[in-house]
Design a protein around this ligand. Sequence first.
Ligand code: FES
Ligand code: FES
Length: 179
Amino acid sequence: MSSESPHEHRSETTLRVNGKPHTLVLDHRRVLLDVLREDLDLVGAKKGCDHGQCGACTVLVDGRRVNSCLLLAVSLDGAEVTTVEGLTDGGDGLHPLQQAFLDRDAFQCGYCTPGQICSAVGALAEAAAGHPSHVTDPAAPSGRPVPLDAAEIRERLSGNLCRCGAYPRIVEAVEDVTP
Ligand code: FES
Ligand code: FES
C-alpha cells in the first residue's frame, strides 16, 4: 500500500477563465480540457481525440491557441484562458467569427466548431503579428501582417479536423472576417 497522501499530487491553482478567476485544488495529472468541462461547466471545447491531433479542444491561453487536451491545468496558474463561450464582439454580442460561421452555415454536426472558431481567432492574431505559415511567400517582408487568402487559411487551420467536411464554408467564414 502506498504511504503517499493524495494531497501530494494536488496544488491550488488560479485560472482566469473568460475574465473570471477560479481558484481550484487540482490533481497535477488533470488537463485543462477536463477542468473546463467537468469543473467549470464550460463544455464548448470538445474532446475529440484526446491526443492533440484533431483540434476540437482548442482554446486560447494568454491569447495563443492551444490544444487543451495536452496542457496540464496546474501549469497554468495565473494564465488567462478564453473559451468559445468567452468570445464576444467586445460587448455581449457574438464575436465576428461566430457570426460569420452562422452566416456561412460553416458546420454540420458542430462538434469541431468551437475549436475551429478559437483556432481561427488565434490564427488571425498570428497573421496580424506577422507570423508566417508554411505557405507564406518567403520573399514577403518579415514582421509585417500576413494577408490571409484561402490557401493561408487552410494551412493555418489544418490542425482542426472536421469529420463532416465543412471545410469550404469554414474557409469562407474566416475570409469574411479577414482584414
Ligand atoms: S481532443 Fe485535443 S486535439 Fe483532439
Ligand atoms: S461540423 Fe461536424 S465535425 Fe465539423
